[in-house]
Write a protein that binds this ligand. Structure first.
Ligand code: UD1
Ligand code: UDP
Length: 379
């Protein structure tokens, strides 16, 4: 029996962890014991609790209740809490997802006491070190023992940074193994989209009809904390809303920052715009339902960009670059940064020429099972 400690903290990690937990419960319960640690990075019920019952994730064994704070302060509290748990529980490995401060904290705590790190969503790079996430993911990758990249590009990025794809174990932090194995989020989208159709009332609750609205999300600090960028994004959304309804489930960071960084006039325009519907964050089943029913997605989220591709929707990316370069090369997503004119123009282009081809680049929906097999074999 292998004992793993899984670290979750931010919304997308809770969602990603659902895929591996499901595989363990269904097929590996005799071989893998999972201990779940929630750092408490996200804590509002619609950013955390809502996902557990809905996605059938076991309740966390520990919650560090770290909450929000400055990067160093937040990460330091997490490192200390995770270290104590690792010392007590002595797992065979720690499993880390993505690139948040919770990921980095897990990597630092585990590597110093020689617990092998499994990094899921390894190898992704924006090549923009002003993003906290870029620092987190590089540091985590370089301390890991098993690195699972969801895309070919991620795998190539690791090779370019000096990782070798050894064909035989044993694997250690000094001799790590890299894989291109598909995306656990794709596993989830396949699994939950049928359930969403049965269980989600999000369309009727928000008076929406399938195929008549755009879905948007904004939460990246680069956008929310910068008055010029957030203004430009909302001005573009207001222009697009003259043509088509937009629904925007807003991350709490964004709702808070809008009041601070947007002018009173723009805030009033947003509130008065009937076609721009701001709602609190939604559950994952509701989100999947919104994604599947939308005509287009406008987002700065990493996960939502990918889901736009899974559900074959055009995507306007509100960032200067993306880690998911395949979807841009494929023509189904356009990098618009916070450029008002480009956002509006890309919207019009997509309305006239919607992308039609979405080749499968995110695996076969079985990434979680593959990861479990490797953990059993090598750790
Ligand atoms: C974090 C991740 C980011 C990820 C995002 C997913 C880091 C550095 N960033 O960004 O990579 O894309 O999560 O959503 O780890 N807040 C609440 N309630 C909550 C959580 C947050 O009100 O439950 C507010 C607080 O004002 C907080 C702010 O949101 O200060 C930012 O939260 P934080 O977790 O620090 O970063 P995110 O922007 O959520
Ligand atoms: N998501 C959700 N409810 C929302 C917004 C997003 O369930 O109101 C899901 C979304 O479907 C995706 C994940 O959260 O699976 C993405 O998280 P987020 O955008 O917060 O972070 P990122 O992926 O950018 O790190």
């Amino acid at each position: 029996m292998k004992k793993i400690v899984t670290i979750i903290g931010a919304r997308p990690q809770i969602i990603k962890a659902a895929a591996l937990s499901r595989a363990i419960r269904n097929d590996y319960s005799q071989m893998i014991e999972e201990i779940i640690v929630h750092t408490g990075q996200h804590y509002d019920s619609n950013m955390s609790e809502v996902f557990f019952a809905e996605l059938q994730i076991p309740k966390p064994d520990y919650n560090l209740s770290v909450g929000s704070g400055k990067h160093g302060e937040q990460t330091a509290k997490m490192i200390s809490g995770i270290e104590n748990i690792l010392l007590e529980d002595k797992p065979d490995a720690i499993v880390l997802y993505g690139d948040t401060n919770s990921t980095l904290a897990g990597a630092i705590a585990a590597s110093k006491i020689h617990i092998p790190i499994v990094h899921i969503e390894a190898g992704l790079r924006s090549f923009n070190k002003s993003m906290p996430e870029e620092i987190n993911r590089i540091m985590c990758d370089h301390a890991s023992t098993l690195l699972f990249s969801p895309t070919q590009t991620g795998y190539e990025n690791l090779k370019a940074e000096g990782f070798t794809d050894f064909s035989e174990g044993p694997y250690t932090a000094d001799r790590p193994k890299i894989y291109h194995c598909g995306d656990v989020m794709y596993d989830n989208s396949l699994y939950f989209s049928e359930l969403a159709k049965k269980e989600s009332d999000v369309l009727s609750e928000n008076f929406l009809q399938k195929g008549t609205f755009i879905l948007g999300t904004i939460h990246r600090d680069h956008n929310t904390d910068n008055s010029q960028r957030l203004t430009s994004i909302f001005e573009a959304l207001l222009t697009i809303a003259e043509k088509e309804k937009i629904i925007l489930p807003l991350h709490p960071r964004t709702s808070k920052k809008m009041k601070e960084v947007l002018s009173d006039e723009l805030n009033t325009q947003i509130v008065n715009c009937e076609n721009l519907q701001l709602i609190p964050p939604v559950s994952f089943l509701d989100m999947v339902m919104l994604e599947e029913s939308s005509t287009m997605i406008i987002t700065d989220s990493g996960g939502v960009q990918k889901e736009s591709y899974f559900f074959q929707k055009p995507c306007i990316i509100l960032r200067p670059e993306t880690e998911w370069v395949e979807i841009v090369e494929n023509g189904s997503a356009i990098i618009c940064n916070a450029n008002k004119e480009l956002i509006i123009e890309s919207y019009q282009n997509f309305v006239q020429n919607p992308p039609r081809h979405f080749p499968n680049i995110f695996g076969d929906g079985q990434a979680s099972e593959f990861i479990c097999d490797q953990i059993i074999k090598y750790l």
